[in-house]
Write a protein that binds this ligand. Structure first.
Ligand code: NAD
Length: 354
């Protein structure tokens, strides 16, 4: 390999940390040179995979061979670990949600700037194919101008049985899945959010939300409903979007979906009333077969590079980050507005953060 490999130490070698190690193995420009986890059993698991386990975080910070620290611990310790990494002259890749508050994130970016080091947040779902199909529809106006987007993930397993249950560790579904769905929207829609109204759910009796619903209004007329549920034994589609010319739907992660558009070739025919329930309706009668066209989902928008390749280009000063810190900040502000709206039972309209 003619390129220098950039060294990475994974801090927090749990579910996601070990997944990063697998993904980075396939990337020619980064190399995992070790891990650190407060749980010794995770250190052993790491050594079994061939990644030496550092005995302490200080040992990682003091090792001049370490260029980047990848933080994949529970959410409450991201900030402290990152600030110490910058002070030691390391670059940081941080898992989402980068921090639990706007204030903490500002402290983190200030520390990165002071040290002139890179901070990039792993908002990996910007690379999800389902999202990239919707982004393509939004940009190419495949079903006309999109004016309503419903983005949801539904599960029936409750909150996984670990730190995600606990407020002190930054648990709850708004910070966990919510941050992904909101990040996708903020990345895709280049317009200010003018109002937010939301509800958190506490069906499982945890001290954190087991799901939420948020309604967002954008200045350009688009409205979005973002929903996460962990008690949905019947799931609604991952995406349901409406445009001025039609409707689109993506069912699930396997990209089952379709778009249905108005057939411009056919003259409008008044629908015939149908029997619906115990009544008659013209309004809800299905359009005649010739009045609409059913098509396949468009090809997804192509991200210019993978997350890791993009990180390397930022490190080497040859590229701009796909996940920008000002976007991450907007999402954290939005999350705080969603919490405010849910707790106060009101619509939040004062956005001084865009
Ligand atoms: P996990 O519980 O499986 O792993 C966390 C690990 O961190 C554990 O092994 C724990 O012992 C270790 N740890 C705790 N405190 C530590 C400290 N101070 N120093 C070093 N190690 C410490 O959790 P997870 O599911 O892997 O989640 C970790 C992070 O990754 C979270 O921020 C989560 O939101 C994020 N995550 C992201 C994605 C994604 O798709 N981007 C998916 C899952 C999790």
């Amino acid at each position: 390999n003619e390129f220098v490999k950039h060294s990475v130490v994974i801090v927090g070698y749990g579910g996601m940390g070990s997944y990063h190690a697998k993904l980075i193995k396939d990337n020619g420009r980064l190399a995992v040179v070790g891990t650190y986890d407060t749980d010794a059993r995770r250190g052993e698991a790491s050594e079994k995979e061939g990644y030496p386990a550092y005995p302490s975080y200080d040992a990682v910070l003091n090792d001049p061979a370490v260029e980047t620290i990848l933080i994949a611990t529970p959410n409450d310790v991201h900030k402290e670990l990152a600030v110490r990494a910058f002070a030691a002259g390391k670059h940081v890749i941080c898992e989402k949600p980068v921090t639990m508050s706007v204030e903490d994130f500002k402290e983190m970016t200030a520390a990165a700037e002071r040290a002139n080091r890179v901070l990039m947040v792993h908002q990996n779902r910007r690379w999800d194919e389902d999202f990239l199909i919707i982004k393509q529809m939004y940009e190419q106006k495949t079903i006309g101008e999109l004016f309503q987007i419903e983005s949801r993930v539904h599960g029936a397993n409750g909150i996984p049985g670990d730190w995600r249950h606990l407020e002190v560790h930054g648990g709850g579904m708004l910070l966990d899945w919510g941050v992904h769905l909101l990040d996708q929207l903020v990345f895709m829609v280049d317009s200010k959010i003018t109002s937010v109204s939301s509800r958190l759910s506490f069906i499982l009796g945890d001290d954190v939300d087991d799901g939420f619903e948020a309604l967002l209004q954008f200045e350009n007329g688009l409205s979005a409903r973002v929903e996460v549920g962990t008690t949905n034994f019947i799931t609604l589609p991952r995406w349901y979007v409406k445009g001025t010319e039609g409707t689109g739907m993506i069912e699930d992660w396997s990209m089952v979906g379709r778009i249905v558009t108005r057939n411009r070739e056919v003259e409008h025919v008044e629908p015939k009333p149908i029997q619906a329930g115990v009544g008659l309706t013209k309004t809800m009668a299905p359009p005649s077969e010739s009045a609409t066209l059913t098509g396949a989902l468009p090809e997804p928008f192509r991200q210019p590079s993978s997350f890791y390749d993009n990180y390397v280009s930022v490190l080497e000063g040859t590229g701009n980050p796909i996940v920008k810190n000002d976007e991450v900040l907007r999402v954290l502000n939005l999350i705080e507005a969603i919490f405010r709206s849910a707790r106060g039972g009101e619509t939040v309209k004062n956005f001084d953060f865009y």
